[in-house]
Design a protein around this ligand. Structure first.
Ligand SMILES: C[S@@+](CC[C@H](N)C(=O)[O-])C[C@H]1O[C@@H](n2cnc3c(N)ncnc32)[C@H](O)[C@@H]1O
Length: 199
């Protein structure tokens, strides 16, 4: 069940400034690193979904890398989606627990610093895997004290617990620890790719 005031908590904790400005716009190091690695392996993606896109700045990394790709962002907070749209980024309001898309619609699903905001991370991961045709990339906080102090975080898991969430039939998951978070890359067994191992 969705916790009370879930959207409001996400709005207030992810808006950096009292004037309502949206935090973070510019280059996304995480997205650019991922894109660099995918490009090394010759990976091209026709469609990308960015889950928890906030300002939408990560959308630009994928649009720049995969020429002609359809790149869509989703976020729970309407103001963030409006901001992304005002910057010419394609985004819509949606909840990662119930993505309004058909199965395997996007080649790649990308979700940075958002999964720990899920109130049901098993469901949210299942949704991302469902709509992904080839791969899902996620970062997730490792249940640190600072994560536990953040009122917009609802899921606190350690490394094996995050990995277990991606352990589903038809998928292989690789991971790296990066500072206080885990980066996970899940690929469908049916995706025939020359992209090298993640680690
Ligand atoms: C910490 S921000 C991360 C933004 C961006 N991905 C980044 O790495 O800078 C988390 C974002 O997830 C969004 N969010 C939280 N819960 C969500 C949900 N259930 N479905 C979709 N987006 C959600 C928040 O509104 C916020 O924009």
């Amino acid at each position: 069940m969705t916790p009370p005031n879930y959207v409001e908590v996400q709005r207030s904790c992810n808006t950096a400034h009292s004037d309502g400005a949206i935090e973070k716009d510019g280059d996304s190091d995480v997205a650019l690193d991922l894109v660099g690695w995918l490009e090394e392996g010759g990976g091209a993606f026709d469609s990308v979904l960015v889950v928890g896109c906030r300002s939408g700045y990560e959308i630009d990394a994928f649009r720049g890398a995969f020429s002609g790709a359809a790149v869509l962002g989703v976020d729970l907070v309407p103001e963030f989606v409006r901001y992304a749209n005002s910057r010419g980024r394609c985004a819509l309001v949606a909840d990662m627990h119930a993505l309004p898309f058909g199965d395997r619609l996007f080649d790649l699903v990308y979700c940075c610093a958002t999964l720990e905001h899920a109130h049901d991370a098993h469901l949210a991961v299942g949704e991302m895997l469902r709509v992904a045709n080839r791969a899902v990339f996620c970062t997730a906080d490792l249940g640190t004290d600072s994560s536990k102090r953040n009122p917009s975080h609802f899921t606190f898991l350690d490394e094996p617990e995050w990995l277990a969430l991606f352990d589903r039939p038809g998928w292989t998951v690789e991971h790296k620890i990066v500072e206080e978070s885990v980066h996970l890359f899940a690929r469908r067994h049916s995706w025939n790719t020359s992209i090298p191992k993640w680690s």
